[in-house]
Write a protein that binds this ligand. Structure first.
Ligand SMILES: NC(=O)c1ccc[n+]([C@@H]2O[C@H](COP(=O)([O-])OP(=O)(O)OC[C@H]3O[C@@H](n4cnc5c(N)ncnc54)[C@H](O)[C@@H]3O)[C@@H](O)[C@H]2O)c1
Length: 315
């Protein structure tokens, strides 16, 4: 994948998936602005990219504000002359059951995921439209946003909102040849490495380089950040010029296309529906096969022999 001449911003790329994205984009020839709220992590990422022969600049910022978004785009233009790819990846979790979730838990997650995606993409698109040479938007969704997840009111709402924005941007940005797609990743990072059934395998991989078993890589679609990063490089490339408005899943050995919500059953009542008519019709019409919710629990037993104990393979 040749991205030489292109300039990318990756938010939250000091570690985890973002770091793998920044490294993959740089290895393919793009110049990368590495953003993270942790300046040391951003600086270390730049050092790693440069020592591998890539081009990168650090821009430490807490994303979620217009000011931070503007700083990222300005840095790309000042350092490398243009902007072609915006990857919004920064993320935090504040998991709690609904009745314990504070306003701050909700607002923090919505700011770092949903608002940061909006502000960074808006700033990037303004620059891309000026350049008038197209562009690439790649955002971070999640299985939790696609399906809901226990303890994640804030996160599921933010990620579902991000998927909704991608579908909207695919239409709004088509004329400017700017594509917008969501990656729905699953990978061993700080967010996920503690899942009980997976933890011993993640530990063995990190300590000894022992490959994850097929039951994880294929069965659960669970792998490393480096397994996810090639999808971002692909979506950033000219080869993906015709792909937009999609939610693409990737993890381990698995690549998948997520469906968009659509009506699955419809019923009609002349003159409209009364509450009683809905109650009567529900079990035999639209309510006959209700949709299920949540991320399926892992079937992988792991060393603990307790399949699906956490019920949460992917944030
Ligand atoms: N790991 C998974 O399996 C998985 C699954 C689905 C979605 N995701 C999504 O992928 C993205 C990356 O997740 P990860 O697993 O690499 O997490 P991570 O915690 O390993 O890395 C997140 C990075 O974002 C940075 N960050 C946090 N808040 C920030 C802010 N306000 N401004 C700038 N940087 C900030 C952190 O410092 C960190 O370097 C997130 O959006 C996450 O929701 C991850």
């Amino acid at each position: 994948m040749d991205l030489s001449g292109k300039v990318a911003v990756v938010t939250g790329s000091g570690r985890g998936l973002g770091l793998a994205y920044a490294k993959a984009l740089a290895a393919a020839g793009a110049a990368v602005v590495v953003n993270d709220v942790d300046p040391d992590a951003a600086a270390a990422a730049v050092e790693e990219i440069e020592s591998a022969g890539g081009r990168a600049e650090a821009e430490a910022a807490d994303v979620g504000t217009t000011r931070a978004a503007t700083a990222l785009v300005t840095r790309a233009v000042d350092a490398f002359g243009r902007l072609d790819v915006m990857v919004t990846n920064a993320g935090v979790l504040r998991d709690r059951m609904l009745w314990k979730m504070t306003d701050d838990d909700f607002d923090t997650v919505v700011r770092v995921h949903l608002r940061a995606t909006f502000t960074c993409v808006r700033a990037a698109v303004r620059r891309m439209r000026e350049q008038n040479e197209g562009g690439r938007i790649v955002v971070a969704g999640s299985p939790a946003g696609q399906r809901g997840n226990v303890g994640q009111t804030n996160y599921a709402a933010a990620k579902a909102g991000i998927a909704a924005m991608v579908r909207t941007w695919a239409m709004e940005l088509a004329r400017d040849r700017i594509t917008a797609n969501a990656v729905i990743p699953v990978a061993a990072t700080a967010m996920t490495r503690t899942i009980p059934a997976f933890a011993p395998y993640v530990g063995a991989l990190e300590r000894h380089g022992t490959p994850l078993p097929d039951a994880l890589r294929k069965g659960e679609g669970f792998g490393t950040p480096e397994d996810v990063a090639p999808l971002v490089a692909f979506l950033a490339s000219d080869a993906a010029a015709g792909i937009t408005g999609q939610c693409v899943g990737i993890g381990g050995d698995r690549l998948a296309l997520w469906s968009h919500p659509k009506e699955t059953a419809v019923a009609y009542a002349d003159g409209g529906w009364s509450a009683d008519a809905i109650a009567a019709a529900w079990p035999v019409s639209v309510g006959r096969a209700p949709e299920d919710c949540g991320i399926p629990a892992p079937s992988f037993a792991g060393e603990s022999g307790e399949p699906g104990k956490s019920g949460e393979p992917a944030r």
